[in-house]
Design a protein around this ligand. Structure first.
Ligand SMILES: CC(C)(COP(=O)(O)OP(=O)(O)OC[C@H]1O[C@@H](n2cnc3c(N)ncnc32)[C@H](O)[C@@H]1OP(=O)(O)O)[C@@H](O)C(=O)NCCC(=O)NCCS
Length: 179
């Protein structure tokens, strides 16, 4: 398995596993929504605000994680949001997700990112050092339907995440139904 951050030439190939993977776990409609979200992110978010890390097997994309800038205008720290991520159904449970998570965090650290937040299952993201974060400690950009899934980790320090003021996500994520 190889890990790459080059998404420019393989946008459709990166989006496809999101449809099959979320389609299997959440239903076909949700798979289509997430695939469209990923296509929108890859097609419209500024390069400086986007990091896509993909796992390849024999040159074929088998899973990806998408990170986008989450702006806290009243806080000097650089924050990224991990969302979404998916591993193709036939490749799940073989360490691909963990490799993507660790590869992505290493990339962000190298780019000077201070804090990473995500919205999902602590059972998986806890393996990457994420812990639950309250909305007082880090405001979510839109109201959360599942606040227990708001997770974060500092990349440069080991103290708990604590960010000042409201936040704003990239445009493709500005949809209440995604939160
Ligand atoms: C969640 C997902 C990305 C994990 O990828 P993966 O390649 O299957 O994960 P790994 O094989 O690296 O698993 C790493 C560890 O996390 C555990 N794990 C995986 N998915 C988990 C989940 N949803 N909940 C709890 N633990 C999970 C594994 O059991 C494994 O533990 P182990 O090392 O003790 O065996 C993948 O299953 C997926 O695409 N799921 C559907 C889409 C989704 O839910 N995406 C995440 C929300 S944005």
């Amino acid at each position: 398995m190889d890990i790459t951050t080059n998404h420019v030439d393989r946008k459709a190939e990166i989006a496809a596993p999101f449809a099959t993977s979320f389609g299997k776990s959440e239903g076909e409609d949700e798979g289509a929504v997430i695939k469209q979200l990923v296509s929108g992110m890859l097609g419209s978010v500024d390069a400086a605000d986007l990091l896509v890390v993909s796992a390849l097997d024999g040159g074929e994309v088998i899973g990806s994680v998408v990170f986008t800038r989450l702006r806290y205008p009243r806080d000097a720290r650089v924050v990224f949001l991990l969302s979404p991520m998916a591993v193709a159904p036939g490749w799940q449970g073989q360490g691909v997700g963990l490799a993507l998570l660790q590869g992505g965090l290493a990339q962000l650290r190298g780019r000077g990112v201070d804090v990473v937040l995500t919205y999902g299952d602590i059972g998986f993201y806890g393996r990457g050092g994420f812990v639950p974060v309250t909305q007082d400690a880090a405001a979510a950009p839109l109201p959360l339907s599942y606040p227990e899934g708001w997770l974060g980790r500092n990349l440069v320090r080991s103290d708990p995440v604590s960010l000042t003021g409201p936040s704003r996500c990239v445009a493709p994520l500005e949809k209440p139904e995604l939160w």
